[in-house]
Design a protein around this ligand. Structure first.
Ligand SMILES: NCc1[nH]cc(CCC(=O)O)c1CC(=O)O
Length: 337
């Protein structure tokens, strides 16, 4: 029996939060969120050629891979239990033009990779983006006419690209170009082409962010892009607008929603999860990855610990999964237990 009364007893009374934290078994028992390998989607970068594994300077540990190497890497990811990948191509400069017309080439790098991956690793999901930025000479996600990204013409092209990607074997179309009406138009186009079972993961709320820098190096659009994407991406200041944008995508037939970037936008993840009965994903983007890597490489943070913490925090914020360049590393760490 304690005979001495501490000042703090008047405040805590019988309420002691630390009772539930006192031992590892107890902490495991009351843990609310968990990260598993089933939560991970791995984005990869593709280049033409064969035998190529080309490191991306601003994303240490991430490479651009030719299709043959990508197939090997994806096999490993599938063996680790990662459910899905997302592909982004670095298209040769002389194939890029004002309208991104090469996205309509049935056998382009992206579609080649999809077909090869689905053939070699049929049990992993392939998610493909239909934004035009890897294919345009100006690095914008849509068709540029007289200084403006034209909405409806871009949507027409995106729908045709989506059908070709589905033809190549893509399981989920993920449109990231934020044009109005794209989800409904893609759904319509896919269905008319007999692709009823191909899903749509909407980049429902994609913010106009500085965190995309290393990605633009990875697909070589950094040097091409003039101006910003503020006329089609969401202003980072706006949460209510983001929810409204997602609501339209839900109405138009999105199967899943995505928030991008991730960590600075956890409030949006939470709001979407509360507002809609759809799976919500976060994209931990290239700049977030680069920050963690850079600090880790300098010995300023424990990189692996911060990686796992950030991924768990997405789960706590209501996400059903995370697109992350850490997917393979995280899956390995989860497998170790
Ligand atoms: N459609 C554009 C696109 N597709 C993927 C990313 C970013 C991914 C990342 O940073 O990891 C972006 C953003 C942009 O360049 O504006």
């Amino acid at each position: 029996m304690q005979d001495k009364t501490h000042l703090v007893d008047h405040i805590t009374g019988h309420r002691r939060m630390r009772r539930n934290r006192k031992a590892d078994w107890m902490r495991r028992l009351v843990q609310e969120s968990r990260l598993t390998v089933d939560d991970l989607i791995w984005p990869i970068f593709l280049v033409p050629g064969s035998g190529i594994v080309d490191p991306i300077a601003s994303m240490p540990g991430v490479n651009r891979m030719s299709v043959d190497k990508a197939v090997e890497a994806v096999k490993e990811a599938a063996d680790l239990g990662i459910p899905a990948i997302a592909t982004f191509p670095n298209i040769e400069m002389d194939l890029r033009d004002q309208t991104g017309s090469h996205i309509l080439e049935a056998n382009n790098l992206l579609n080649q990779a999809t077909a090869a991956i689905k053939k070699a690793v049929p049990n992993i999901g392939v998610i493909t983006d239909v934004a035009l930025d890897p294919f345009t000479s100006h690095g914008h996600d849509g068709i540029l006419r007289e200084g403006e990204i034209v909405n409806d013409e871009t949507v027409d092209q995106v729908v045709r690209a989506a059908i070709l990607q589905a033809d190549a074997g893509s399981d989920i179309i993920a449109p990231s170009e934020m044009m109005d009406g794209r989800i409904g138009a893609i759904r319509h186009g896919l269905d008319a082409a007999g692709h009823q079972s191909v899903g749509i993961m909407s980049y429902a709320t994609k913010f106009s962010s500085g965190y995309y820098g290393p990605y633009r190096e990875a697909i070589s659009t950094a040097g091409l892009l003039k101006g910003d994407k503020n006329s089609y991406y969401v202003n980072p200041a706006n949460g209510t607008e983001a929810v409204r944008d997602a609501a339209l995508d839900v109405e138009e037939g999105a199967d899943m929603l995505m928030v991008k970037p991730g960590l600075p936008y956890l409030d949006i993840c939470w709001r979407l999860k509360e507002a809609f009965s759809l799976p919500v994903f976060a994209y931990q983007v290239s700049g977030e990855y680069a920050q963690i890597k850079a600090a880790g490489m300098n010995g300023w943070i424990d990189e692996s610990r911060v990686m796992m913490e950030t991924l768990l925090c997405f789960k706590r914020a209501g996400c059903d999964g995370i697109l992350t360049y850490f997917a393979v590393e995280a899956a390995r760490r989860l497998a170790k237990g």
